[in-house]
Design a protein around this ligand. Structure first.
Ligand code: PMP
Length: 438
């Protein structure tokens, strides 16, 4: 490859100086594989960044985008429509958990989270309940990087340079409980009672009538694949119902088949008031996010505003972008035509078995899994948290497999088109990589 000048591009969420001293570059992708700049095949062990659920370079999606760009490349989304937006929303609503029939488009998971928080506060206000302004998130929650998202999010490191978060937030404890649940296959037995903390906090530290919404990832992905304990989400739902609080599920990772079901809401049989999604919504190929919303919420906005007034003064230049809508329609069709969510469910047994075979590898502290996602938590090196995780990531890269690491947790979430042989190889490479760092 010709020499690249790396000066200008300030990379996001990256150790820029370290990266630029030894860069890793992907130059093309097809199916389950990337190619790097040396021409090596790199198996995609994390669906890009939890988003390329149908695999790379899928013809129907590519063609839909090409056709769309040559037909209508852009249309302003405010006070004007274009057919693909309505078509995409209808398709998404038909696929959403029953009872979430309204679709509000955004461009990313971060925008989806901040939009949902604003929608929740505004919903109470348009109904005359202006006291409900507080938002409750959770430790180890990730809801993107905008101000709302980092405020309800539970990652101190993402907040420390930005000490101006929303003042009206509180956090529940994480459900992570290694003491009782280490090496659980699937949903942990212990910890439903973590949900009771919601009731305790809002009745003692707050006035429940000041709480607008609770937002959680049904399964926390970015902070290490934390599967919700059996019964936990149901209890959260009950407490929210008791006190008139909206429940928001951030399904940016869990939506579109990742857990071996279309949605985590359906997997766990808990219907939130709002779901945020992104990533798999457009197979990652064009930025897109969405909120799936109960009609009661939508209708409250419609009822509260005068006939020609804008009911929800919120949106982006690229909301329901024609290319994103075309990509999303083709993506959702592909999921259905190829039965990819069912495929994820069918492969999940082998995936679980292979993941848990790493239990005997030195320095493996915990393994968690559900559907086609797994988290492998490693012992930290003394005085160097995250160093082992990074080394394992690098060893996997050298062996031609892309995985994710957060600190000393390795996350695996391949495209749902992965084959049985590829699952075997994926975990074999990870096992060897962990061994090599012992
Ligand atoms: N919410 C969750 C649960 C996520 O996993 C992510 C991204 N990993 C986001 C929000 C933010 O999405 P984006 O990076 O598209 O803004």
């Amino acid at each position: 490859m010709t020499e690249l000048n790396m000066d200008a591009f300030w990379m996001p969420f990256t150790a820029n100086r370290h990266f630029k001293s030894a860069p890793r570059m992907l130059v093309s992708a097809d199916g389950m594989y990337y190619k790097d700049d040396a021409g090596r095949d790199i198996m995609d062990g994390c669906a890009g960044l939890w988003c390329v659920n149908a695999g790379h370079n899928r013809k129907p999606i590519v063609e839909a985008i090409q056709k769309q760009i040559a037909t209508l490349d852009y249309a302003p989304p405010f006070q004007i429509g274009h057919p693909k937006a309505f078509e995409a929303a209808e398709k998404l609503a038909a696929m959403a958990p029953k009872g979430l029939s309204k679709v509000f488009y955004v461009n990313s998971g971060s925008e989806a989270a901040d939009t949902a928080l604003k929608m929740a506060v505004a919903y109470h206000r348009v109904r005359g309940d202006a006291a409900r302004v507080k938002l409750i998130g959770r430790e180890r929650g990730y809801h993107g990087v905008n101000f709302g998202g980092i405020s309800v999010g539970g990652i101190a490191g993402n907040r420390k340079l930005f000490p101006v978060a929303l003042p009206t937030v509180d956090h529940l404890r994480s459900t992570h409980d290694l003491g009782r649940n280490a090496f659980t296959r699937g949903e942990p037995e212990f910890g439903a009672e973590f949900a009771d903390e919601l009731e305790a906090r809002i009745t003692t530290l707050h006035d429940p009538s000041t709480i607008a919404a609770v937002i959680v990832e049904p399964m926390a992905g970015s902070t290490g694949v934390l599967i919700p304990p059996k019964g936990y989400l149901k209890r959260l739902r009950q407490i929210c119902d008791k006190y008139g609080i909206l429940l928001i599920f951030d399904e940016v990772i869990t939506g579109f088949g990742r857990l071996g079901a279309d949605w985590a809401a359906n997997k766990f049989d808990v219907l939130p008031d709002i779901i945020t999604c992104a990533k798999g919504l457009s197979n990652g190929v064009v930025p897109m996010g969405a909120l799936l919303v109960k009609p009661e919420i939508h209708d409250a906005f419609m009822a509260a505003a005068a006939d020609r007034a804008i009911e929800f003064p919120h949106g982006y230049t690229y909301s329901a972008h024609p290319l994103a809508c075309a990509a999303s329609i083709a993506t959702l069709d592909l999921y259905q035509e190829e039965g990819l969510f069912q495929r994820a469910a069918a492969l999940s047994g082998q995936f679980e078995t292979k993941a848990h075979q790493l239990k005997s590898v030195k320095n493996v502290k915990d393994i968690r899994n559900l559907g086609l996602v797994a988290g492998i938590e490693l012992d930290s090196r003394p005085g160097a948290p995250g160093a082992r995780g990074f080394d394992v990531f690098l060893k996997c890269w050298e062996a031609g497999v892309l995985v994710r690491f957060t600190g000393d947790i390795i996350a695996v979430s391949p495209p749902l088109i992965i084959s049985e042989a590829e699952i075997d190889r994926l975990f074999a490479v990870i096992g060897d990589a962990i061994q090599a760092t012992a």
